[in-house]
Design a protein around this ligand. Structure first.
Ligand code: MG
Length: 236
């Protein structure tokens, strides 16, 4: 299906967040720097190493949880329980590190890493009567506000929300967004950055998908926020 936003029957654009609305590489560099300096300031030099190990395990196990599809168990719990068991630590310790280093500390750096054209695309979509939403595998609201992109958004959804409980590329989250808006998948365009996660998931849900960012360069559906905004201008 064509990811062209000038299609006349399009009613909404749904965005991925990490890597799509901001560039991840400058943020990762800042976090690595803080992982060295913050434990030293706290007089706990080994804490940095333990945190890096914990976050790496969390990320790896979370990628593997994609294979579960939509399980009976809660992904919100499993995402901490699995790495905690592997590391021999309480799940609360993994959760605390993830909250601090993946959710809270990045917030103050997000605005500087925002992708060019994202805010303009959000505004252009709204001014043309399209709904704008964000569906991510990670919690959306705090990051979206830190990016200064929350004003135009009528729907936010996370893969670990109870109504979804499925990481991409499972179609559940994409379809939950459609259901909330009352739109058919063919009326929604998804914009993401990962071929095997975003493009595959949107396609499985019957949604067109445009890809932005360096990782998907060369893909036939690769584009930019600015190019999408320019195509919106062609809507009748
Ligand atoms: Mg992403």
């Amino acid at each position: 299906m064509s990811p062209d936003p000038s299609r006349p029957h399009l009613r909404a654009i749904l965005f991925d967040l990490d890597g799509t609305l901001y560039r991840q590489s400058p943020l990762k560099k800042r976090m690595l720097r803080e992982l060295v300096t913050v434990p030293l300031r706290r007089m706990a030099p080994f804490e940095g190493y333990r945190t890096v190990r914990r976050l790496a395990r969390f990320r790896r196990d979370r990628e593997a949880l994609r294979d579960l599809g939509r399980p009976d168990e809660s992904l919100e719990e499993l995402q901490y329980a699995r790495p905690a068991a592997a590391l021999g630590e309480p799940a609360d310790r993994v959760r605390a590190s993830v909250l601090e280093w993946m959710h809270e500390r990045p917030l103050r750096h997000l605005a500087a890493a925002r992708r060019a054209g994202a805010a303009e695309l959000f505004r252009a979509a709204r001014s043309r009567g399209l709904e704008v939403g964000v569906f991510s595998d990670y919690p959306v609201d705090a990051k979206l506000a830190a990016l200064g992109l929350d004003a135009e958004v009528s729907l936010t959804l996370c893969a670990t929300d109870v109504e979804v409980n499925a990481f991409k590329p499972h179609p559940a989250g994409f379809l939950a967004a459609c259901e909330r808006w009352g739109f058919a998948p063919g009326e929604v365009l998804y914009v993401g950055d990962r071929v095997e996660v975003d493009h595959a998931g949107a396609t499985a849900a019957g949604m067109a998908c445009a890809l932005v960012g360096e990782e998907s360069a060369g893909h036939p559906d690769h584009t930019t926020h600015d190019a999408l905004r320019e195509r919106l201008a062609d809507r009748g």
